[in-house]
Design a protein around this ligand. Structure first.
Ligand code: 1PR
Length: 568
């Protein structure tokens, strides 16, 4: 059957892409057999995961040769992320695996000495082929798109490369190829399906065979206004405009989810992890679980209000939860129909045991979540146990932890570590063997120092492991990002624990999300001005509509902190 086909080799979240295509009114069929590839009128190859496993799957499923033949036939092709990288000659990620070799050059690892790697977040693009080519493919100058990758094709700056490099992007001190366009082949390093409405425009242009009238009118307006636009639109391929790092800070909306006493799944929010209403002080009885809304509806609201990412934490999943009963799978499926920014799911990413004794390894659990629409999984308790084992083995993994198995199969960028630390105050650093810092606030007895104890089971149990030990072990095991909570600041609206955040930032090269304690836009400004954190998360103030997301972004823009502008 002719039509648009999706080349999926089972390496991650393609549900979002399918949902994005449906959202803009098109159908898409999965390639099930190599012969389907040549039947397609249009083909999308959304590579997820690692270069080596993507190429190995293409070959083992017999897709590689039909894919090359399809591209040679001149029919429209769109590659995304590893789907773009696969078109090159090879990648440092898997040096012995040849790429398809349709474009010259190799994919290389970003340098993490000067910036966090993966490059995870929103960044803009600069065109080399002119605004018209950009707009024809649904890209808009100045718009930010969502990237998540550790490897990229460096931009050589050679004159001939400009004939296939549609846009470049700068991350820190490196300029790389962020989209390519030559004849029927269009591919992006970023994820259009995760880039909000701006990304949907790209998919629409590909599926409709060009930009719509509104985009063309915008192009004409740009040309009229902008000298630079006139230059870059010239067919003589002038030098690209000077590149600039326009990577933005991310604002993450977090939804803590659990069943209330009536058995309904609700978004809740605690103060210092206590999610129940004040009960009866006389009897000491606790109140109900706080109910701040429905997960799918709230996630959609945050997407529409401009959240750069949405995170769900299933906060009671330390109680064993049989895989098929996991209500979060359905929450994700429904959310991914309306939310087109990255979705993270946390809680219960570990080996789970069904009532009949069947064990589902963490990798299988994570796979269910990815197939249901998650882009990243967040690991809490199990990461603490993995770090303890890492040190027991003398500072190495044994390949069996959830972090290692999931990162190996889906890539480090898909593995977030959710840290639930609690301050332990000490009068002097010599009182403990743990890594001590000067406390942001003095302890109850005037102690000036503290260490941060890792906890498991939603903060119910403290372990003999400090946060620095945890994050460095998890990074070594393959984690791609840290979600750094604070049990002391959670829900208190006094601002983030900036000392803790900068201490963790200094210990790792992967991105860190500041979490817990945001009470006002100024707290986000502090997080980005006083630490080098990549993202800041909040929950309570957004759920209660005390601080609109828009005012957080405006406050950051007012302080010259780059953020993604509201999307529509
Ligand atoms: O251990 O892998 O099953 O994961 C459990 C997950 O559930 C962990 O990510 C853990 O952080 C989370 N969790 C468990 N219990 C609670 C609780 O609150 N009782 N929530 C909990 C943690 C922290 C936040 C919160 C920020 C921002 N919530 O992520 O959203 O502190 O809040 P604020 O802006 O209102 O201050 P596993």
């Amino acid at each position: 059957m002719p039509g648009t086909y999706l080349l999926d080799y089972g390496a991650g979240n393609v549900r979002s892409l399918v949902n994005a295509v449906k959202k803009i009114g098109h159908d898409i069929t999965y390639v099930k057999d190599p012969s389907d590839i040549l039947k397609a009128d249009k083909l999308i190859f959304p590579g997820v995961g690692a270069f080596g496993s993507a190429l190995a799957s293409l070959h083992s499923k017999g897709y590689a040769e039909p894919l090359k033949a399809y591209i040679a036939s001149g029919k429209p092709f769109m590659g995304i992320c590893v789907g773009m990288q696969s078109l090159f000659e090879g990648s440092d990620e898997s040096p012995s695996t040849p790429g398809l070799g349709i474009f010259p050059g190799r994919v290389a690892l970003f340098d993490s000495k000067t910036k966090a790697v993966p490059h995870m977040g929103w960044n803009t693009t600069r065109t080399l082929q002119g605004y018209e080519a950009m707009l024809d493919n649904g890209l808009e100058p100045g718009r930010a798109y969502y990237f998540v990758h550790s490897y990229a094709v460096p931009f050589s700056g050679k004159e001939e490369d400009r004939r296939w490099v549609l846009t470049t992007t700068q991350y820190g001190d490196e300029v790389f190829v962020s989209s390519i366009l030559r004849d029927n082949v269009f591919a992006t390093q970023f994820h259009p399906e995760k880039s909000g409405f701006a990304g949907l425009n790209i998919l629409r242009a590909f599926l409709d065979g060009g930009a719509d009238a509104a985009a063309k009118a915008q192009y004409a307006a740009l040309l009229a206004q902008d000298q630079q636009a006139r230059l870059t639109a010239s067919p003589s391929l002038p030098p690209p405009p000077p590149s600039q790092d326009e990577f933005t800070k991310r604002i993450v909306a977090c939804l803590d989810v659990r069943a209330n006493d009536q058995g309904d799944l609700v978004v809740t929010k605690g103060d210092q992890y206590d999610v129940r209403e004040q009960g009866n002080a006389a009897t000491g009885e606790k109140g109900d679980v706080r109910n701040l809304g429905k997960p799918v509806e709230l996630a959609r609201r945050y997407f529409e209000e401009g959240a750069d990412e949405v995170t769900f934490l299933n906060i009671t999943s330390f109680r064993n939860c049989p895989l098929q009963d996991t209500p979060m799978l359905e929450v994700l499926r429904q959310t991914s129909e309306t939310v087109f920014v990255p979705l993270t799911i946390g809680g219960g990413i570990k080996d789970v045991v069904d009532p009949d004794g069947t064990v589902h390894p963490a990798l299988e659990v994570a796979g269910e979540y990815f197939r249901s629409g998650a882009d990243k999984v967040s690991i809490g308790s199990d990461a603490v146990y993995a770090a303890e084992k890492f040190y027991a083995l003398g500072g190495k993994g044994d390949g069996t932890s959830a972090i290692e198995t999931i990162a190996h199969a889906y890539g480090s960028q898909a593995v977030v570590i959710s840290v639930d630390p609690k301050r332990v105050y000490v009068a002097s650093p010599s009182e403990t063997a743990h890594h001590v810092i000067e406390a942001q606030e003095p302890g109850p007895n005037g102690e000036k120092y503290c260490w941060y104890q890792c906890t498991v089971s939603g903060g119910r149990e403290g372990r003999d492991l400090d946060v620095r030990q945890l994050v460095t072990a998890c990074e070594a095991l393959g984690a791609g990002e840290i979600l750094l909570n604070s049990m002391d600041q959670d829900g208190m609206k006094r601002g983030y624990d900036l000392k803790l955040i900068q201490d963790v930032k200094a210990a790792v090269h992967i991105p860190v999300i500041a979490s817990s304690g945001a009470g006002a836009p100024a707290h986000f400004v502090d997080a980005f001005q006083k630490t080098t954190v990549e993202a800041a998360l909040a929950a309570g103030i957004f759920h209660r509509r005390e601080v609109p997301l828009e005012s957080v972004k405006q406050a950051l823009l007012d302080h010259q902190i780059r953020v993604r502008k509201p999307d529509a």
